[in-house]
Design a protein around this ligand. Structure first.
Ligand code: USQ
Length: 387
């Protein structure tokens, strides 16, 4: 199939491109290097050294014989999106090209506005470009499990049956997010549902959990690395815990650590996205996939990291840091995730095996992590209007 990846330079985008070409798909990607620039803005870098896009594409050609087409462009520019779709004629457009950090959106008003304007503009551009240039194209939009928040009831895949005052309906499950970033994804979801309703666009809306991992089956050479963020703004919980363990820094569990989220390895994330691409929805259908391996509490993850790190001879401590976020630290959490399993998704590795790989990989880049040690401590505080 012909797949266009918006945000091909990112953590998931690059890993997905490698995975798709390895399965024989034709891939073209767009990126404006937003994440590279914004990570630099907060004084950090990827723990894994990453090449320029030109070198990445060249390495793929050399190592695998496969071709990846790259377009330097901004998804907030409508003409770029429309022209790219017109030229490449993708069967699927997968939209990963958004501002993806909750803390970044909470820094101050400028960052909140930038997050919502960037994310909503790119999504609106995509649905308009699809309508104008390729109305039958399948859109896969990356959303987040965080859109659902942590309600005291089970979380369905997008929609649920409700009976209220004696009447019944099937409605979108309520969304209650915990950051301006997560709210931008809710608004995106609303826009996708509406585009499907008015223009019958075929859309898969992926509610993904927190992604972890340094590699996938295809990332088997340093030149093919995807980025791996570790700082308090761009790094996510489990990845950051592994980086902290490698440099002997206590793992920063925010508050009690009972916060429970769905997590998924990078290998499984790209596997699921491929399954969504290879098994498109019916024409005019809008469907939702909850995409994660398993729910874990933050504290239980820190304990897993501590135990795997101990096998490497690392003496790892867990520190209950004051929580900079406003979120429930103990709550019910039971999201349903059946749709991807029906398409054949199976978890590739168990958590400790994956943690073992991450810690082994990161040990090689210990000096790069050490150099950014001060950036690994929480700073962006949800209670402040300016950080
Ligand atoms: N947390 C800690 N210690 C840390 C970092 C985080 O205890 O050092 C806690 C947070 O308080 C939160 C949980 O871990 O309760 C998850 O935080 P995170 O930074 O790993 O992830 P989050 O901000 O939720 O966002 C990440 C990605 C985002 C994606 C989302 C999926 O950055 O792009 O949408 O995970 S989900 O969490 O399911 O919404």
């Amino acid at each position: 199939m012909r797949v266009m990846i918006g945000g091909i330079d990112g953590y998931i985008g690059w890993a997905l491109a490698l995975h798709l070409v390895s399965k024989g798909h034709e891939v073209s990607g767009i990126d404006n290097f937003y994440t590279r620039k914004r990570v630099k803005e907060v004084g950090s870098w990827s723990a894994t050294p990453i090449s320029t896009m030109a070198k990445r594409v060249e390495a793929v050609k050399k190592l695998t014989g496969r071709k990846i087409n790259f377009i330097k462009g901004n998804l907030t520019d409508y003409d770029t999106v429309k022209k790219s779709i017109r030229r490449f004629k993708p069967d699927t457009f997968i939209h990963l090209g958004e501002q993806r950090s909750a803390p970044y959106s909470m820094i101050d008003v400028k960052h909140a506005v930038e997050t919502q304007v960037t994310n909503l503009t790119s999504s609106l551009n995509l649905v308009y470009a699809a309508k104008e240039a390729s109305p039958k194209m399948h859109i896969v939009k990356m959303g987040t499990m965080g859109e659902y928040g942590t309600p005291n009831v089970d979380i369905p895949e997008g929609f649920f049956d409700i009976e209220y005052n004696g009447r019944k309906d099937r409605l979108p499950f309520p969304r209650t997010a915990g950051s301006w970033y997560h709210w931008s994804k809710i608004y995106d979801t609303g826009d996708m549902m509406f585009a499907n309703k008015i223009w019958r666009l075929s859309i898969t809306d992926v509610m993904q959990g927190v992604v972890y991992g340094t590699r996938t089956l295809e990332i088997n050479d340093e030149r093919l690395h995807t980025r791996f963020d570790i700082d308090e703004v761009w790094g996510t919980a489990l990845n950051r815990f592994c980086a902290q363990a490698v440099i002997g820094m206590p793992l920063t569990v925010y508050g009690k650590g009972g916060q429970t989220r769905g997590f998924i390895s990078l290998t499984d994330s790209v596997q699921c996205l491929r399954l969504a691409i290879e098994n498109p929805p019916k024409e005019g259908e809008y469907r939702v996939f909850n995409q994660f391996d398993e729910p874990y509490s933050v504290l239980s993850l820190a304990e897993h990291v501590k135990s795997v790190a101990n096998n490497f001879g690392l003496d790892t401590q867990i520190s209950h840091t004051e929580n900079p976020r406003i979120e429930a630290e103990e709550h019910y959490y039971n999201p349903i995730h059946e749709n991807l399993k029906k398409l054949g998704y199976r978890r590739t590795k168990m958590l400790d095996e994956e943690l073992n790989d991450i810690i082994r990989d990161l040990t090689r880049y210990k000096q790069r992590i050490k150099a950014k040690k001060s950036k690994l401590l929480p700073k962006t505080n949800w209670r402040k209007a300016s950080n």
